[in-house]
Design a protein around this ligand. Structure first.
Ligand code: FAD
Ligand code: EPU
Length: 287
């Protein structure tokens, strides 16, 4: 019988980050998969970046030198919404590696309201907190009461009021890893939650289904970056296999084997042709 060590330690391997991002762009890195606090301590001893589901990342073709830390299965369980709503409670801790789409569906089935605005947003909970993901129907910060952070080698609970949530932005302390989030949801009915979700699904219906990282740019105040890019006549503009989507101007899609260099050149071209300054929403790694 094989002996299993008490703690196996982080699982470390070299990967191509393009296999871990929705845009399918980016070179190699060392991936450190962690399952507990001890693993986190070890993984974060060197310079590191935290990977969620890779839905908002542009990674350089040469990859990254930092360790890429990803929370493993131990951080990804679904909370028992049924039990929490039966008990009349609406606050529940959720692991940072829990996939957001599944969470949104589960909350709906349990008749808990608060996550409908996040329907269709590809993410894990940690990435959705870090980006304050959302739509005009609601954002992550609407439901987050507190987060558990691994920072400076220890876990701490930080109330949402100290996280500086604004549009697509959170002030996480440098080097912090979100490990769990405490969500407050409002008891409703599955039917009412489904109805609200359908409105959000409808608003997203025109978004492209091909490889992308969602909207490339934040909306300038009172404006839509997608509309500005569309009005500048840039749909279909292409560098290599990176293209401004015909369906939505703010989606830069990978129509084949785009490189980070192609994508970067296209972003610069789009910015130079739109009269309003555009701020990147994507996080760039390795540049
Ligand atoms: P990643 O892309 O992996 O990481 C994003 C950032 O979060 C990085 O800086 C990373 O270091 C940090 N991070 C991740 N996990 C942690 C953690 N545990 N602790 C600390 N930092 C962490 N976004 C929206 O807001 N609204 C939308 O409607 C939307 N639609 C999209 C549609 C498509 C088709 C796609 C591909 C993307 C879309 N996005 C949208 C973008 C994306 O879904 C969000 O930005 C989401 O929050 C990214 O989460 P992630 O887990 O993939 O994070
Ligand atoms: N529009 C155009 N042409 C386009 C795209 C949009 O004319 O190519 C017009 C639309 O017709 C509409 C307006 O611009 O009148 C706004 O468009 P849309 O409803 O698609 O919203 P958006 O502002 O472009 C935002 C978020 C999306 C989110 C949707 C749905 C940002 C940067 N984008 O898009 O989030 O899914 O609302 O609510 O805030 C993301 O952040 O990655 C993302 C996809």
């Amino acid at each position: 019988m094989a002996l299993t060590p008490a703690t196996a330690g982080p699982r470390v391997r070299r990967v191509r980050l393009r296999d871990y991002t929705t845009l399918r762009v980016g070179g190699e890195a060392e991936l450190w998969e962690v399952e507990n606090e001890e693993d986190l301590r070890e993984a974060t001893r060197g310079p590191f970046l935290v990977l969620g589901s890779g839905a908002n990342l542009l990674v350089a073709d040469a990859g990254v030198a930092e360790r890429v830390v990803r929370l493993g299965r131990a951080y990804g369980g679904m909370p028992d919404f049924a039990a929490s709503s039966l008990a009349g409670r609406s606050e529940v801790w959720v692991g940072a590696a829990t996939p957001l789409p599944g969470l949104v569906r589960r909350a709906q089935r349990a008749g808990l309201s608060g996550l409908e605005g996040l329907a269709g947003v590809p993410a894990v909970v940690g990435g959705a907190v870090a980006m304050n993901a959302g739509t005009r129907f609601g954002e992550m910060s609407d439901s987050v009461v507190a987060v558990e952070l691994f920072v400076n080698g220890a876990l701490e609970i930080v109330p949402a009021s100290e996280l500086g949530f604004t549009y697509r932005h959170t002030d996480l302390p440098a080097g912090a890893v979100v490990t769990r989030a405490l969500l407050r949801l409002t008891p409703s009915t599955p039917e009412a939650v489904a109805e609200a979700t359908a409105v959000v699904d409808a608003a997203r219906a025109g978004q492209p289904k091909v490889k992308s990282a969602g909207c490339a740019f934040k909306n300038p105040p009172g404006e839509s970056a997608g509309r500005l890019i569309d009005e500048a006549g840039l749909k279909g503009l292409r560098v290599g296999d990176a293209m401004v989507s015909f369906e939505h101007g703010n989606f830069i899609v990978n129509v084949g084997t785009a490189t980070a260099e192609d994508v970067t050149a296209l972003l610069a071209e789009v910015r130079s042709r739109v009269p309003v300054p555009l701020e990147l929403e994507w996080r760039r790694w390795g540049f």
